[in-house]
Ligand binder design. Structure first.
Ligand SMILES: [Zn+2]
Length: 172
């Protein structure tokens, strides 16, 4: 079996199973595997609580993102608006250009040698920005200034997390 075949998601139920799996390889497939438009529509229809993860999938087509842009859940909408593919198609609606012009791979204003990227904090589905060196943390939408930074360990602890990077998924 070729690698691409292995990644293909065959049904809505398979997507839900992969996403709900404790196996990192399986939930990575939920994030990277491709599926047909019919399968995505089936997930949205039968598993509305999975809409966020549909929006997060790296291969999901624009037609599906356009549907999810109208989702009642703010987290789903935010995920759609933070995607590269959305920014290309709908730059006026993208969250990637309204974050004080600073989006991805931004130099850290606190330690100077790390870079700051946007991540999803899994326990709360909140989007935050974290330096990969010093783990300074900014809330999404805040200015990226040294004096308003907190740090990932205390942020995570306040929310019952363990402060490990496995709680984060990087947003593309
Ligand atoms: Zn830093």
């Amino acid at each position: 079996m070729r690698d691409n075949d292995r990644l293909v998601i065959q049904s809505a139920d398979e997507f839900v199973r992969l996403r709900s799996s404790d196996d990192p390889e399986e939930y990575a497939r939920a994030a990277h595997g491709a599926a047909t438009e019919d399968i995505w529509l089936d997930v949205i229809d039968r598993f509305p609580e999975m809409c966020f993860w549909v929006a997060q999938n790296k291969t999901v087509p624009l037609s599906i993102l356009e549907l999810l842009r109208r989702d009642p859940d703010d987290n789903v909408v935010r995920m759609v608006r933070s995607k590269r593919s959305w920014a290309r198609a709908h730059p006026e609606d993208s969250m990637r250009s309204d974050l004080t012009g600073l989006t991805v791979d931004v130099p850290c204003p606190r330690c100077d040698h790390g870079t700051v990227n946007r991540h999803l904090f899994a326990p709360t589905s909140e989007v935050v920005r974290i330096c990969d060196e010093c783990e300074s943390l900014w809330f999404d939408g805040d200015g990226l200034r040294a004096d308003v930074a907190t740090d990932f360990a205390s942020y995570s602890a306040d929310r019952g997390g363990s402060g490990t990077w496995s709680e984060l998924s990087t947003l593309s």
